[in-house]
Write a protein of this length. Structure first.
Length: 278
């Protein structure tokens, strides 16, 4: 159990309560500054983003682009900076075997997070077979239980992102298996059609469902709440919006010699005030 178990227990309780009813947005910061900014806007929980963090290191977002130690240090930094519960994007657990996943999950719990997610994508490409994927979730569940922290476990079915045949049926089968294996929250990133979202929610009705909104799909928080979604994340989207502004402004300078895009920047005084309000 982490040495600082008191604050973590409080964050876990707050995080669990958020999933009990209603619908909330859990945006994804990638450093201390973005943590502070998102908290200032009133969000009740945050989640790390493997892509957002990888991009800050000049790396692509892939299952094994970052080392386990790098990810754990980053997760601990985000959890320590936040005043609200933090969920860790823990990729596929940074191990192949259930035993390896369990060991790494224990280390992730020790960073102080209130939740973590395990996905079913292999570092070599494709998805784990269902039995093995469920065994990995089961191992993560046991590891969390052994810590006594109650950290929430999210099981992720990646079929929509990996182009599997019949992704909806595949996601439902996998999420049901992950629920049975002990996942507290269920998540099929890449699902976009309202009918598919509703089908997943209804198929796993005993557990809260997270939906990823990574671009403008036309859906609102109210729309997703009406479909029964409990949690909405944005993954790398905020990081990509920031990169779009950076690359657009830098590109105008490089290609055109124009500084016009710099006029759209957040005023210096506004940022100084935000980060001085500790």
């Amino acid at each position: 159990m982490p040495a600082d178990a008191g604050p973590q227990a409080e964050q876990v309780a707050r995080f669990r309560a958020l999933h009990e009813d209603g619908c909330f947005v859990i945006p994804n910061p990638w450093d201390r500054g973005t943590v502070r900014a998102l908290e200032s806007l009133g969000f009740d929980a945050l989640a790390t983003t493997s892509a957002g963090f990888a991009f800050t290191r000049g790396l692509p977002d892939s299952v094994d682009a970052l080392s386990l130690d790098e990810v754990l240090a980053h997760t601990a930094e985000i959890a320590a900076a936040a005043r609200v519960p933090v969920n860790a994007d823990f990729q596929s657990g940074y191990a192949e075997t259930p035993e390896g996943v369990a060991e790494n999950v224990r280390r992730c719990v020790a960073t102080g997070v209130a939740g973590l997610s395990i996905e079913d994508a292999r570092s070599s490409g494709g998805l784990y077979e269902l039995d093995q994927a469920a065994a990995r979730i089961r191992a993560a569940r046991r590891a969390i239980d052994e810590t006594g922290t109650g950290v929430l476990l999210t099981g992720r079915a990646e079929g929509f992102l990996y182009g599997v045949p019949d992704p909806l049926d595949d996601a439902i089968a996998r999420l049901r298996a992950y629920s049975d294996a002990g996942a507290d929250v269920l998540f099929a990133p890449g699902v976009r059609e309202p009918a598919d979202i509703e089908a997943i929610v209804q198929a796993v009705a005993s557990k809260p469902v997270n939906v990823l909104i990574s671009t403008d799909t036309g859906l609102t928080v109210s729309d997703l709440a009406a479909l029964g979604v409990r949690r909405i994340s944005v993954g790398s989207a905020l990081a990509r919006v920031a990169w779009a502004a950076f690359l657009g402004a830098a590109g105008a300078i490089a290609r055109e010699g124009s500084f016009a895009p710099l006029g759209a920047g957040t005023p210096f005084a506004e940022l100084n005030e935000l980060f001085s309000s500790g």
